[in-house]
Ligand binder design. Structure first.
Ligand code: ZN
Ligand code: ZN
Length: 751
């Protein structure tokens, strides 16, 4: 007789509403084990009994073969006394206690569903809304908790008998898959013209005919509407750009599969993994010379934002079109993307010639996420569809629930409870009513979904940010202001599960400094509770204040001052007369800044790359793209060290001007400038290491979305013996600030 073994297993993490119980049920049956599985307050509880080898195999397979959408955080196994009972059952969830199933992010159509989609014998053959427990819409269709069909936007679709049978069968891949449906009972696709009139015929074939004719088609996706044109069609791409009022910001491109993607970009194994993963983000990749992409799709850049299909509708469209298509956000520049049908038909009526639309409502707006392979790893630049609302695990718990309101540009908020931090999807720049409404409503939605009632509210120190003002209006909570660049470094610490203290290098646009100047090129000593400013880039005036952000030529004048060699800094803005005189006349009364972004602006204008901008961060992005990545030359910036360390960044601009006057190519100069700044950062850290004994450096701020700067800085710091922390899961830019604020608030609340 074999010895019976019985264990109680508790699984924590994202394990509810993801097909975990049917998976456990099937696994136990396959191994001939007895017992039961049920959801409980904080995960899934399993009692399993049988031969020792079977139980051991069960525990191994539990983690190894877990469903694609699940994410196991912790498994606890306790031995129990065998009962000798037979059979394995799925028991009902415990009725008592607050149930907090985690709502998962939307997942790309799985291989099983794709096989059925392509199988003429399957009842879901060619059906654009096919999904199962392992894939499909989640977060974007959830109205409330518990996560169950009546509280999703699928509530209006009664299941047919065949779907209901699958849904209730614990052995079926669609067991309790809330959005499951089929052509007989689920959503329907329609094609409408710009006036809203339905066009007859097959909607996908009709849409593709229009795309081939160079028309702009709005396509309803998971988290909002997209606008599509064929990626190689210059006339259509230029038309879309004009109608969207998006002058230069690159469009993303969707390819049918990896083979098609490989004709557009350099794709190594790592990039292939990112492109085909469940989250299906836009991946920023080096574009191949001669790639069949229209010039207007991504001007002034050598990269391309590429993604693969993540809904069955995308697969059907691209199979029919047989070439890659632009798929960019369905909005007019500056507004959030449209996600409600009526709103989309109104707001996009002047942009789209037709609408490929369906009757499954989107409840939560979510943009496409953007990631970039950098320095041998990947950094998330925009965290939204496919990632949010999944919690990030924090090494140290928040004693009381925290709401962190974030900053202003590319804003997100963060709710933290216990060891979990829920960073919201990218909401957008908080500068108009529509975005603010989305921000406030999303906070309420997250609080409801995850049962969190914030007792501590963290915010930026900038009194004018709408996020700060929102925080100030919340009553009965502990309010905590967190300095912008401290939040950046804390975000990097939280991203890496490191408590600090570290040398924090925060290079970004502009942040409110406690001394009344605008910070943005900062060297801090920081841990999660506090920071001290150890140094910064030398301050320069921003001639004309915020006008200098939109017109980088002003920064070139400010940096070079009176000893300029008469260089032209307004080669694009040709109508501008006397730029130097204008800038220098304004400079004395202008705000002072140590911003690294303004330093990039100065060099971009000097080199004729960009002297006025049409989207935030444009000069920085284009200067990186302009630079020769193979250039090894460098410039040297002086460093002074009194009470504070000061990097004389103007030395870099002067060296660039001298090279330019000597006839050196602008791509070489741009490369030397990147290397010069990285050198200066590494030398500054070396001096600060001697003064403080700190040997780890955390890199944060939007400038570290620049791969050239990040890689050059990381290489120099590592060569100098530093341990380097950089961003992985949240953006280095302001989209990551809310996580940092939450980490600081939690740490101060623990103290
Ligand atoms: Zn599936
Ligand atoms: Zn059905």
């Amino acid at each position: 007789m074999t010895t019976l073994k019985r264990v109680d297993v508790h699984v924590e993490g994202v394990v509810q509403g993801v097909g975990f119980r049917p998976f456990v049920h099937a696994l136990a049956r396959r191994l001939g084990l007895a017992g039961r599985v049920h959801n409980d307050v904080d995960g899934v509880h399993i009692e399993v009994e049988g031969a020792l080898a079977g139980v051991e195999e069960f525990l191994t397979a539990l983690e190894r073969d877990a469903p694609a959408l699940s994410e196991i955080e912790r498994v606890t196994v306790v031995s129990a006394r065998p009962t000798g009972h037979n059979g394995f059952t799925i028991a009902a969830g415990l009725p008592s206690g607050p149930l907090r199933p985690l709502v998962r992010a939307d997942g790309a159509t799985c291989d099983d569903c794709l096989r059925e989609l392509a199988d003429p014998a399957d009842r879901r053959h060619g059906y654009p809304f096919i999904n199962c427990a392992n894939c499909g819409p989640r977060f974007t269709i959830v109205r409330g908790v518990p996560y169950d069909r009546p509280l999703t936007t699928m509530a209006g679709f009664g299941m047919c008998q065949a779907c209901a049978a699958e849904y209730h069968d614990p052995g079926n891949r669609r067991h309790r898959a809330q959005p499951t449906c089929c052509p007989a009972c689920g959503p329907r696709l329609r094609l409408r013209d710009a006036r809203g009139t339905e066009l007859c015929g097959d909607p996908v074939a009709g849409a593709v005919t229009l795309l081939r004719a160079g028309r702009v088609v709005a396509v309803k996706g998971l988290g909002g509407f997209h606008l599509a044109v064929p990626a190689a069609d210059e006339r259509a791409a230029a038309l879309l750009r004009g109608r969207k009022h998006r002058e230069e910001q690159p469009f993303a491109v969707m390819a049918a599969d990896l083979a098609q993607a490989r004709r557009l970009c350099e794709i190594d194994e790592h990039a292939a993994e990112l492109l085909t993963g469940r989250a299906r983000p836009i991946v920023l990749l080096p574009r191949l010379p001669g790639a069949p992409v229209a010039a207007s799709v991504a001007p002034a850049t050598r990269s391309l934002g590429l993604m693969l299909p993540y809904t069955a509708l995308h697969h059907l469209l691209l199979a029919e079109l047989a070439e890659p298509m632009v798929l960019t956000g369905g909005n007019v520049s500056g507004e959030p993307i449209a996600y409600e049908d009526d709103d989309a038909l109104t707001r996009l009526s002047g942009i789209a010639d037709a609408f490929l639309i369906h009757d499954r409502p989107i409840h939560v707006r979510a943009d496409d996420s953007v990631v970039r392979p950098m320095a041998g790893e990947v950094t998330v630049l925009r965290r939204a569809r496919g990632y949010a609302p999944e919690p990030l695990a924090m090494r140290w718990p928040a004693p009381r629930p925290v709401l962190a309101c974030g900053a202003e540009l590319k804003s997100t908020f963060c709710l933290a409870e216990g060891r979990r931090a829920f960073v919201s999807q990218h909401i957008g720049t908080l500068e108009n009513h529509e975005t603010l409404r989305s921000f406030v409503e999303s906070i309420d939605h997250y609080c409801g979904l995850f049962g969190i009632r914030p007792e501590v509210v963290a915010h930026d120190l900038h009194p004018g940010y709408l996020s700060t003002r929102h925080a100030m209006e919340i009553r009965g909570v502990r309010l905590l202001g967190v300095q912008h660049h401290h939040a950046h470094i804390a975000s990097c610490l939280a991203d890496n599960g490191d408590p600090g203290p570290v040398l924090g290098v925060a290079l970004d646009g502009l942040g409110h400094g406690p001394d009344g100047t605008l910070w943005g090129g900062e060297f801090l000593r920081a841990d999660l509770t506090s920071y001290e400013r150890l140094g910064h880039l030398a301050q320069v005036p921003m001639p004309g204040g915020s006008a200098a952000v939109r017109q980088p030529w002003r920064m070139a004048a400010a940096y070079l001052g009176d000893d300029h060699p008469g260089l032209d800094v307004t080669r694009l803005d040709v109508a501008r007369r006397n730029p130097w005189a204008d800038a220098l006349r304004l400079a004395p009364g202008s705000p002072l800044t140590s911003s690294a972004a303004r330093l990039f602006d100065a060099v971009a204008a000097l080199l004729g790359v960009r002297d006025k901008i049409t989207y935030a961060g444009q000069a920085v992005v284009e200067l990186e793209q302009h630079a020769d990545p193979a250039e090894r030359g460098t410039y040297e910036a002086g460093i002074t060290h009194g009470d504070l360390l000061v990097v004389q960044a103007a030395d870099l601009v002067r060296a660039a001007a001298a090279d330019l006057a000597a006839g050196t190519g602008t791509r070489v100069i741009a490369g030397r400038f990147h290397n010069g700044l990285a050198d200066a950062v590494a030398r500054a850290c070396d001096i600060l290491r001697a003064a403080t004994g700190l040997t780890a450096v955390a890199l944060s701020g939007g400038m570290f979305q620049n791969a050239l700067l990040l890689e050059a800085t990381v290489a120099r710091l590592r060569a100098a013996g530093f341990r380097v922390l950089k961003h992985v899961r949240v953006p280095p830019g302001d989209g990551g600030v809310s996580l940092g604020q939450a980490a600081v608030a939690a740490a101060r609340d623990r103290a």
